[in-house]
Design a protein around this ligand. Structure first.
Ligand SMILES: Cc1cc2nc3c(=O)[nH]c(=O)nc-3n(C[C@H](O)[C@H](O)[C@H](O)COP(=O)(O)OP(=O)(O)OC[C@H]3O[C@@H](n4cnc5c(N)ncnc54)[C@H](O)[C@@H]3O)c2cc1C
Length: 493
């Protein structure tokens, strides 16, 4: 009798454990998968918006240039001359993944450069000549065919070259400054509608203003970019204490020319918030890289696990446990450089029409990284925000751009938030952003400019002391302020 009672209890206990360990996470992920909307299709007649989904704006018109070089030059020059006569403003757009209306001017003309996307590779000199509208998602397969790869770019392939150099993007490429260091030269159509060559030896000042210049100095027509060989990489991941990030990062990477890519992720689940990190490095292997194919990368599962963490502490805890759990399985796996770089933002983007994903990024000098983590660990939980992800990237000093953010070696903290699309959530995010910018500034750090325009003007000028002269030079090169956008409206005058 006693035995039967204990046995019953044992069965019940096993059943409860099974429910907790298997049925709940499986049920949770299945629910997330089916709740997730499958596609996004919006048509905004006479309107435009960017990746923030928070700034739909009425515009005059959208103009798309021809694919043919001479025809496109003629069209864009004429457009600029007509805009000057009519007093209309031109905002320039690539993939519109900036988030503060950097591609938008109210009632302005939106010049969508995406159709202008030709490519020509000089394989023996590792130089790609490319139209500014080309997306990395088209460039990588093109380069892959020749055994080449992009030298410096973002962590996803959804962006245009013109937009990437105009914000001076960076990614996970080890020992690398931002993308401007890979630009050999570019052709710009200026405010007079003339084509101007810019490089480190020709029109040098304009070159440094256009790179990281947010479309304020003219239309980048095409560029010569340095490219590198595609390689096979082997993944090596380790779970570390986040406060030891720089020490661990340097232990693995310093004086090691055998690493291609490196980045970290800090935990955002409420259990031990920001105390741990997963450091990932990609070791260069001798093995010949395989050609790109459509191999399954478990993207549906990764997406479900990621989106399940939105608005859910359970989902966040589950995700971090699983991500740590697979470290030993991922270690030693081989991928080509192109395969890693050729992934779109669809893998994680927010498809919920009531919410949107918002990015922040803070660049912190390496000696202050632990202090920054310690400070924001206490600040973020005080706000009603839903932080989904923090990645850490190392960026070397930028010697090329005027409005540079990496004025010394820095670590970029990229934070992705899930934000409700309403005024209350926007006010909360604005307050948090200002506080985080203040923390970064107190540690001699900066913040990234392509995101929401929450910083005060004073904060912007503190983080970018060169901004006043930068905006003054904008008016020298473009006195009628033809090239214009919400970013310039907010901080430029
Ligand atoms: C999900 C997501 C992930 C991101 N990841 C990263 C990352 O890993 N690293 C990083 O550095 N950034 C990242 N960003 C930020 C940033 O928005 C992009 O790096 C970059 O702006 C994307 O290029 P785009 O084509 O979308 O640019 P757009 O948003 O279209 O344009 C950006 C700026 O460039 C100007 N511009 C565009 N084309 C031209 C042209 N031909 N001539 C002159 N000016 C032009 C525009 O006027 C605008 O001011 C990310 C953004 C999102 C939404």
């Amino acid at each position: 009798m006693k035995f039967r009672f204990t046995f019953k209890k044992l069965i019940l206990t096993i059943f409860v454990i099974l429910v907790i360990l298997i049925v709940r996470p499986v049920g949770f992920l299945t629910y997330t998968y089916f709740k997730d909307k499958k596609s996004l299709k919006y048509v905004y007649l006479g309107k435009t918006k960017d990746a923030s989904n928070l700034n739909e704006t009425t515009i005059d018109s959208i103009v798309r240039p021809s694919k043919q070089i001479d025809e496109a030059i003629h069209q864009i020059s004429e457009l600029i001359k007509q805009a000057k006569v009519s007093g209309k403003k031109i905002s320039i757009a690539g993939a519109q993944h900036s988030m503060g209306g950097h591609t938008i001017y109210p009632n302005g003309i939106l010049l969508d450069m995406k159709p202008f996307n030709y490519m020509e590779l000089d394989s023996s000199n590792n130089v790609l000549l490319v139209g500014s509208g080309a997306l990395w998602g088209k460039i990588i397969p093109y380069l892959d065919h020749y055994g080449k790869s992009v030298s410096i770019m973002q962590s996803n392939n959804s962006f245009s070259v013109g937009g990437s150099v105009s914000v001076n993007c960076h990614g996970w490429q080890l020992n690398s400054p931002p993308i401007s260091s890979t630009v050999i030269s570019l052709r710009l159509i200026n405010a007079n509608g003339e084509v101007v060559n810019c490089s480190r030896t020709e029109n040098q000042q304009l070159f440094s203003l256009v790179l990281g210049g947010y479309g304020l100095f003219g239309v980048i027509l095409d560029l010569k970019l340095k490219v590198v060989d595609n390689k096979t990489y082997k993944v090596q991941q380790a779970v570390i204490k986040s406060k030891d990030y720089v020490v661990e990062f340097e232990k693995l990477t310093k004086n090691n020319s055998n690493i291609g890519l490196a980045y970290g992720r800090i935990n955002v689940n409420p259990d031990h918030f920001m105390e741990e990190a997963i450091l990932s490095v990609y070791l260069i292997e001798k093995e010949e890289p395989a050609k790109l194919n459509n191999e399954n990368t478990y993207s549906a599962f990764r997406r479900t696990l990621f989106r399940g963490s939105a608005n859910s502490n359970y989902g966040k805890n589950l995700r971090w446990k699983m991500e740590k759990g697979v470290v030993s399985l991922v270690n030693g796996k081989r991928f080509t450089r192109n395969r890693i770089l050729n992934e779109g933002v669809e893998v994680f983007e927010n498809r919920d029409t009531d919410f949107t994903d918002i990015l922040h990024e803070y660049f912190i000098p390496k000696e202050s990284v632990s202090m920054f983590i310690e400070r924001i660990q206490n600040i973020i939980p005080r706000y009603k925000v839903d932080l989904l992800n923090i990645t850490l990237r190392n960026v070397k000093k930028d010697n090329d751009t005027y409005l540079n953010y990496a004025r010394t070696e820095v670590f970029g903290f990229v934070m992705l938030f899930n934000q409700e699309r309403n005024k209350t959530a926007e006010a909360e995010m604005s307050a948090l952003t200002r506080e985080l910018i203040g923390v970064a500034a107190s540690l001699k750090g900066t913040y990234y400019l392509p995101y929401r325009l929450h910083s005060t003007k004073a904060q912007m000028l503190e983080a970018y002391p060169q901004a006043s002269v930068f905006f003054g030079l904008k008016r020298t090169y473009d006195p009628q302020e033809i090239f214009n956008n919400q970013f310039y409206k907010a901080y430029g005058n």
